[in-house]
Ligand binder design. Structure first.
Ligand code: ZN
Ligand code: ZN
Ligand code: FE
Length: 810
């Protein structure tokens, strides 16, 4: 008898590899076990040497379709006399990726890139098993070259030899390439290709140094690049892209340059240099203004920095020798351009030159945006480098699910078993193009992961384009539908990240979300059991004059909150504190607006904390005029705030008849106006306002703790992207004995909704709140079973895809 340990590395988890191994071992009467671990799959087998050889051969040669074996190592062990063969539970969950996200160029490849004696010296597309494009080039699974956009490139003999050699670091590196056989660089002007290869790179770099705008084809789409030190170039880019003030991301050569521009903690540096290579929000150094143009992030305390993540980026940054603005290749509100023809068309009026190549991008993936806060990562946009790595849930979803996400910052989520595949960033569903991008994205993921959803989950909002996508899909494929309230989904997303099922206090503060009562919610204190919620309290309703128009024109919200606090004096106070900030200075219009909100004409009630930030920003004079992007006034307020401000304005909760309570804003506005009239600085008032909102979180949670005995708090919603508010709220909650959880894997903003929707639907199906009746597709009658093996309750009654938004109350 011999015993041998086999470590199989690669994409071998979640693909039926262990059962396969189990089958092979038992067929040969071998003893031992197989288990997943952080590196792949570990097998130990014991038996006759000839059987072991045969087994090894079959493991290597006959792996399941979805598995990709990068490396297989064997070690001889002493036989233990074990009998029987077992599949042992995994030791480590985590690297459970079916399709790897794209990975930044690794150190070994970078060395080759810079080594004049290497055959890949200065080759912009070199990669290996440990790095390079993945998700964005994969057309289909199993993941191998013919199913990627590298299919058209035939490997040369040298590349083929590396690819076939299990000892080589390019063993089974599907996108491997070299100058002799791989993709090539080209530079295009308005008239067509002008240069290729090294000359294209030189010319692009020279153009950038001369202040021109170059569209650069990257990993998940096109960037628009310009010299970040050149104010005129940045202004031109903003004009052409129709992006007036929203901060632009920068790419810098390395961590050294980043450190010259921004303060960099250890955690921040780790994110910046990680293989995912996200854009990291970093606090600007006071002298950074001299190093990059003010126009990059006007009025901001932060810069969004990223490091090069493809060989082409490395070469370009080295050539230019300056930080580059690298913003998504699109005009505002459009999805990122990633197909060459589309990019050449859509970006023709924006870019002077195109630096592109002939390796097609299959799926777009915008750069991810993240930050380091409270000792950990908090993603703000989870896309390239993260997607489609699944989040591992604490339990299996009972049936495969598709959750279509929200309206802004849309992502969708396909869940099967314990895996939640959250998509790349789709974008704001404001245009036909993004609507199409969502539809196509869903199709691609379904094909790629072979997930046939039984249930489609969407927001309660009847008019969201995502809701329409869900309805169409449900009709076309006879799927069950589940609706999930927006803020419930926010909180559930954070719970799913942390594997929480027991009830928590969920605080969801954001801009806009459709409430169960039809009002515009956004300042919610919820008691959440994963599948259900109860609205314990919320920011007191004020009118949202003109609905969406109030988002674009934050002055309307200022008027609304002042009216709630002061009644008839509201317009005068606005004139006094924010003179000339009324639309065209038109008093008649203000009076009209107020009549409108008093009468409730086109003015739905809102409890939005995001809109409260808007209002205060205008009253303070931190923001003027229309909001040029969602959240601009709130960001201005955060930037204006003096973080050392200590006091807070009064927080008042008022009981409602139904046992819930309202957090009133009148007292806050009254105190804030008094403070301003006493001559307090904008920074002090803004700082104190932040403290106040944090205090309201503490008071609201305290009230729920008293009533329900809960002391775990989950913070979610776009408002908690505000780092100052988040930090103060979390530290105050901790001081008062709460256990606080924040987002670490998906964004607190609407980019995280799809995960929450999926989690809620799974829980409702599990608990029987939503019962599934199988449709005509397979003619069966009984539904799937829960993870614990119990059949789901199913009385065979009518189809019940509608579920009440809150089974507990409201
Ligand atoms: Zn590499
Ligand atoms: Zn080659
Ligand atoms: Fe939201």
């Amino acid at each position: 008898m011999d015993r041998v340990r086999i470590v199989v590395e690669g994409i071998v988890q979640g693909v039926g590899f262990r059962p396969h191994v189990h089958g092979l071992a038992t067929a040969r009467g071998l003893a031992g076990f197989v288990r997943n671990d952080g590196r792949g799959v570990v097998i130990e087998v014991e038996g006759r040497p000839s059987d072991l050889d045969g087994f090894l051969h079959e493991v290597r040669g006959g792996a399941p379709d979805l598995a990709v074996i990068h490396r297989l190592r064997t070690t001889a062990l002493a036989p233990s006399g074990e009998t029987g063969f077992r599949i042992v539970a995994s030791r480590v969950e985590g690297r459970d990726t079916l399709v790897s996200p794209d990975v930044a160029t690794c150190g070994a490849c970078l060395q080759e890139l810079r080594d004049p004696s290497d055959r890949r010296h200065r080759y912009p597309f070199l990669n290996c098993t440990a790095c390079g494009p993945r998700f964005t080039i994969i057309r289909d699974l199993p993941y191998d070259r013919p199913r990627t956009t590298m299919a058209a490139f035939a490997m040369c003999d040298a590349c083929r030899a590396e690819y076939d050699d299990p000892g080589d670091r390019r063993f089974h590196a599907q996108p491997t390439a070299c100058p002799a056989c791989g993709p090539r660089l080209a530079l295009r002007g308005q008239g067509g290709v002008v240069l290729d290869g090294e000359a294209a790179l030189d010319e692009a770099a020279a153009a950038l140094r001369a202040g021109r705008i170059v569209a650069v084809k990257g990993l998940g789409g096109y960037h628009l690049a310009c010299d970040a030190t050149d104010g005129e170039a940045v202004a031109r880019l903003r004009r052409r892209k129709a992006r007036e003030v929203k901060p632009l991301a920068l790419m810098v050569e390395g961590a050294e340059t980043a450190r010259r521009l921004c303060h960099l903690s250890q955690g921040e540096e780790a994110l910046l240099t990680s293989a995912r290579r996200p854009i990291v929000l970093l606090r600007k150094r006071s002298d950074a203004a001299s190093a990059v143009s003010r126009a990059v992030a006007p009025g901001h305390r932060y810069l969004g920095l990223m490091l090069p993540y493809t060989p082409l980026h490395h070469l370009l940054l080295e050539e230019v020798g300056r930080p580059l603005v690298m913003t998504s290749g699109n005009r505002t509100d459009e999805p990122i351009a990633f197909r060459d023809e589309d990019a050449l068309g859509r970006l023709a009026g924006v870019a002077d030159l195109f630096l592109l190549h002939d390796r097609p991008i299959e799926v777009s993936a915008d750069d991810s945006v993240t930050r380091f806060v409270l000792g950990g990562e908090m993603p703000l946009r989870r896309s390239r480098g993260y997607a489609p790595q699944p989040l591992v849930l604490s339990r299996d979803v009972p049936v495969p699910l598709l959750a279509v996400g929200g309206h802004l910052k849309n992502t969708f989520c396909l869940a099967r078993g314990r895996h939640a595949f959250i998509s790349h960033h789709v974008g704001d569903l404001e245009t036909l193009e993004t609507y199409r991008a969502l539809d196509e994205g869903i199709g691609h993921y379904r094909r790629l992961f072979g997930i046939e959803p039984r249930v489609v989950v969407h927001d309660l909002h009847p008019d969201y384009l995502s809701t329409r996508v869900a309805r169409e899909l449900a009709d076309a494929e006879d799927l069950e539908r589940v609706e999930v309230q927006h803020h419930h989904a926010h909180v559930a997303a954070c719970m799913a990240e942390h594997g929480l099922e027991e009830p928590v206090i969920g605080v969801a503060f954001d801009g806009t979300g459709y409430g169960s009562d039809g009002a515009v919610w956004g300042g919610e204190f919820l008691v959440v059991r994963c599948g259900e919620f109860r609205r314990a309290g919320h920011l007191a309703y004020v009118p949202l004059p003109g609905g969406e128009a109030a988002v674009r024109e934050p002055l309307r919200m200022a008027l609304s909150h002042l009216d709630a606090a002061f009644g008839d004096g509201a317009e005068e106070i606005l004139e006094e504190l924010a003179p000339g900030r009324s639309p065209d200075g038109d008093e008649v219009r203000l009076a009209l607006l107020r009549r409108m909100l008093r009468k409730g004409v086109a003015s739905p009630p809102t409890s939005s904390v995001g809109r409260l930030f808007d209002a205060v920003s205008v009253i303070l004079g931190a923001h003027e005029g229309p909001a040029r992007y969602e959240g601009e006034p709130a960001v201005a307020l955060e930037m204006a705030a003096d973080p050392t401000a200590e006091d807070a304005y009064p927080v008042v909760l008022e009981d409602a008849e139904d046992g819930s309570w309202r957090w009133k804003t009148a007292e806050i506005l009254q105190a804030l106006v008094r403070h301003l009239r006493l001559g307090a600085s904008r920074g002090q008032v803004a700082g104190r306002f932040h403290r106040t909102v944090a205090e309201a979180v503490v008071v609201g949670c305290g009230r729920i703790r008293r009533d329900e005995g809960l002391d775990r708090v989950v913070l979610s919603g776009g408002v908690f992207q505000n780092a100052l508010l988040l930090e103060v709220a979390v530290s105050r909650l901790a001081e008062t004995g709460f256990d606080v959880l924040v987002h670490r894997r998906v964004p607190p903003n609407d980019g995280g909704l799809s995960l929450g929707q999926a989690a809620v639907a799974a829980e409702r199906i599990r608990s029987g709140t939503v019962s599934l009746v199988t449709g005509a597709r397979d003619g069966a009658f009984v539904t799937g079973a829960g993870s614990d093996g119990r059949a789901l309750p199913n009385d065979g009654a009518e189809r019940s895809s509608r579920s009440s938004p809150s089974p507990l109350r409201e």
